[in-house]
Write a protein that binds this ligand. Sequence first.
Ligand code: PLP
Length: 232
Amino acid sequence: MVTFEQFTGHCESVLARIKKACIDCGRDPSAVRLLPVTKTHPVDAALYAHRFGLRAVGENRVQEAIAKRPLAPADLRWELIGHLQSNKAKSALQVFDVIQSVDSAELAARLGRIAQELNLKRDIYIQVNSGNDPAKFGCELSEAPAILEVALAQPALRVVGLMAVPPLADGNTAAERTFNELRLCRDALESRFKIKLPELSMGMSGDLEIAIKAGSTCVRVGSSLYGARETV
Ligand SMILES: *Cc1c(COP(=O)(O)O)cnc(C)c1O
């Protein structure tokens, strides 16, 4: 793990990258938030983020968030960015403020029903496999409207936008295509359903500039802030 001083330096350089990427494409830097990804790291990673002034962290496993969250300040928000199995829907709703990885109509319905039973309101993103990568989670582009329709019918859920993870090895072209497809999907859903889906969660340590150019509003950054992860 990095020290807090190292983390501060890394944060400042990532924020500078975000700012430059925004300026380069004529966007307002305040329209892109940095979500630090603390998965596999000790709880100190989340404490650093909070101490630096960031308001949320991203985790990809329910169990890991359950272990860490009680050790962190209560006003730090926790967002799920990894695949959610439906049998963990209840725990996920209890430990996460935001679920970015809703990828089926069944999961959306289940989350909506359980959130209502628990009297919770949750922001969600629909995760779309807009890079068409068989190795990635996320719904097919063609399934997004049906999932959105189910999610919009859940009073306990608020759909704020879409999330995507690009194919790993294909380099910048695939990332660019994945991000542009996600934005086009969002635009199509907005006009079809006559709603606003303001958030596009896309971009990580290696491709945040490409994502910002394509319209990202949330970059999820792990290794550029905390260094390489131990094996998961
Ligand atoms: C791990 C992870 C990230 C962060 O990736 P880095 O390359 O370390 O910045 C972002 N998004 C998701 C969904 C992840 O699982």
